[in-house]
Design a protein around this ligand. Structure first.
Ligand SMILES: *Cc1c(COP(=O)(O)O)cnc(C)c1O
Length: 327
């Protein structure tokens, strides 16, 4: 493959992903025009970014003729639910290693069990070794397991969001619009990395892509996104200057709200009002937190007259987990 040098060459052909294209709607048109991309509409297992990524992993599972899947995540993991569902639909055994420190009863956990996934709960410090041991046992028993990192992290997950970025560009071209900002919830940073890779490949530098961290603090959170971007570029033989990558990687850690799964009255209020006004459900761990973070950022930066895209990354089961906490 020829190498692509970012900032110099711009003719990398976009990967078509019509199979999964999700709609973009105008949400509100006051000080700014805020649009929403409904990744929660991806038509598999309640949708969301984990469903988009999972398609890519299962394509590889097919091509490598793997016969079982191993992944890890907490009991509230959207990733684990989607992988368990997709594995079941393809008649593959699915093993989920789960830290006992994050194993509370949730709808995602119920769904994983419903899909007959084998959930192996161990102390968080044993997760790594348990995965290694399970993979070697499966191989010794003659199986060909496929391992997926937690959250669908890795170059294939990044690819899924490079393709999503290209979908956004097609929308812009067709509707004669340019999104000045793109906001979304950032967890493992894979969705974020894919969007920034797409931006850099296409030389769309005037746009700000802003991840709202839902748990990780900077500088670590930001560094993980940068590492994912570099890993994807290396893997695809794309050359890009470190400063360009660094300038394009913006992740805010001011809206973490105490950590993973924690939320406050502001987030609850926003979830309620968006649901009542637009009929769009958001959850307090990811999408609601990102929405509140985005609104605070717009307010604080006194941003006006801009086109802003919010990516709704899914998480329907988590909405129901906290529904009874709403007054
Ligand atoms: C996992 C997840 C995210 C974060 O995506 P990453 O690619 O891990 O950063 C955001 N929103 C929802 C609903 C998720 O399930």
């Amino acid at each position: 493959m020829e190498s692509l040098e970012i900032g110099i060459t711009t003719n990398l052909t976009a990967v078509k992903s019509n199979e999964m294209e999700t709609p973009i709607y105008l949400l509100s048109n006051n000080k700014n025009s805020i649009y929403i991309k409904r990744e929660d509409f991806i038509p598999f297992s309640f949708g969301g970014n984990k469903a988009r990524k999972a398609k890519y992993f299962f394509k590889e599972i097919d091509s490598l003729s793997c016969d079982c899947v191993v992944t890890y995540g907490s009991s509230s993991s959207n990733h684990c639910r989607v992988i368990a569902n997709m594995a079941a639909s393809k008649n593959l055994h699915c093993y989920i290693i789960s830290p006992e420190e994050a194993s509370s009863e949730t709808y995602n956990k119920k769904l994983m069990s419903l899909f007959d996934a084998k959930i192996i709960t161990v102390p968080i410090n044993n997760v790594h070794d348990t995965i290694e041991n399970l993979l070697s046992e499966l191989r010794e028993d003659g199986f060909n397991p496929y391992f997926i990192e937690g959250g669908g992290h890795g170059n294939l997950g990044t690819q899924a969001y490079v393709d999503c970025y290209n979908e956004i560009r097609v929308y812009e071209q067709q509707n004669n619009i340019f999104f000045d900002y793109i906001f979304f919830a950032s967890g493992t940073g894979t969705t974020h990395a894919g969007l920034v890779c797409g931006q850099l490949i296409n030389n769309d530098t005037p746009r700000k892509i802003i991840g709202i961290s839902i748990a990780r603090t900077n500088p670590r959170g930001r560094q993980i996104v940068i590492d994912s971007i570099k890993s994807y570029f290396n893997c695809n033989n794309i050359i890009c200057n470190d400063d360009i990558i660094s300038d394009a990687t913006i992740i805010l850690d001011d809206y973490i709200c105490g950590g993973y799964g924690k939320f406050d009255h502001q987030i609850q209020g926003d979830i309620k009002s968006v649901l009542m006004k637009f009929g769009i459900p958001m959850d307090s761990t990811y999408t609601g937190k990102a929405y509140t973070g985005m609104m605070a950022y717009i307010e604080k930066g006194t941003i006006t007259g801009k086109n802003i895209l919010f990516i709704h990354t899914g998480s329907a089961p988590l909405f129901f987990d906290t529904l009874n906490l709403f007054q």
